[in-house]
Design a protein around this ligand. Structure first.
Ligand code: R1P
Ligand code: URA
Length: 291
């Protein structure tokens, strides 16, 4: 007898759709593009040859369609890893749980998840308006501590080295997760790679000083100066570590492309963020359509 997942562990709407995403299993393609901003969903799907479905609820807007024969879904996650928890668990339920019996299917599907997000670099020599793939990500948010996620020995060594340089005033507990080696191999080719930091906020958690006083004034310097066997931290954003960790915990493949709109060291910001995002949406879609 298979374990039945209860009505409050996995909540479905009256029409059978997933509680937050408002989607049915057939609404979701096997390759899914994650974006933060709801307005980026049509900015991606306008390049589809056909859009078969447009649905949404709250910040979670979904378009599904195809480029050539490749079926694609693009979904907005909103900001932060708390939303990643919702999006990844509900997408996984849609493909890997039989919603009529509320039991896990015997053959599990592994989705390809490709984030296209904005980010700020923390290295002076990395240009604003460039594209970067996150090889791995440190999460300064707590999401992965709620899941049984087995990090590799190599990841744990990198994490240990990072923890050692964090200021004493930092009270969090970082975690680490990596991109899918299969997707990195097939999609990133000549694009620069780096280590990303996922933060639980945009201002002080990313070392910004506006009016509220930081409790960790030297956080950005520690991040920028971190080096380990030739690796360095390249950029800050708010979702990648959660996506990588939870995707790995659920058996999905994930890769995160960062459109670097800000350089936090030279204090420069893109003069044409929408045009730059559009350029890289096309770059990433061309690569997805080709594999
Ligand atoms: O542009 P998106 O995909 O939202 O990503 C980045 O932008 C938001 C902050 O402005 C955060 O979600 C951060 O990760
Ligand atoms: O600096 C930045 C730019 C975009 N998104 C972030 O999270 N940080």
């Amino acid at each position: 007898m298979m374990n039945r997942i209860s009505d409050t562990d996995l909540i479905l709407n009256a029409d059978g759709t997933a509680y937050h995403l408002n989607l049915l299993p057939e609404d979701v393609a096997d390759t899914i593009i994650f974006v933060g901003d709801q307005d980026r969903v049509p900015a991606v799907s306008k390049y589809f040859d056909e859009v078969e479905l447009r649905k949404g609820k709250r910040e979670f807007i979904t378009h599904t369609g195809r480029i050539g024969h490749k079926r694609l879904t693009v979904i907005s996650t909103g900001i932060g890893t708390d939303n990643i928890d919702i999006v990844l668990n509900e997408l996984d339920a849609l493909v890997n749980i039989d919603l009529s019996t509320r039991t896990v299917k015997p053959d599990l599907k592994s989705l390809n998840i490709i984030r296209i997000g904005t980010s700020g670099t923390v290295q002076a020599d990395i240009p604003v308006d460039s594209l970067l793939v996150s090889e791995a990500a440190f999460g300064l948010d707590p999401l992965l501590h709620y899941y049984d996620y087995p990090a590799t020995a190599e990841e744990l060594e990198l994490l240990k080295a990072f923890k050692a340089v964090l200021p004493e005033t930092f009270k969090g507990q970082p975690y680490i997760a990596s991109a899918s080696s299969r997707l990195i191999g097939s999609l990133d080719a000549d694009i620069q790679t780096g280590i990303t930091i996922t933060t639980p906020g945009f201002y002080s958690p990313q070392g910004r000083q506006v009016r509220a006083k930081s409790a960790i004034p030297d956080l950005l310097t520690a991040i920028t100066e971190f080096r380990h066997h030739g690796k360095r931290i390249t950029n800050l954003e708010m979702e990648t570590a959660g996506i990588y960790g939870l995707a790995a915990a659920l058996g999905h493949q994930a890769i995160s492309f960062n459109v670097l709109l800000a350089n936090r060291i030279t204090n420069t910001f893109s003069r044409q963020p929408a045009a730059i995002m559009d350029r890289y949406i096309k770059t990433v879609l061309e690569r997805i359509a080709a594999v």
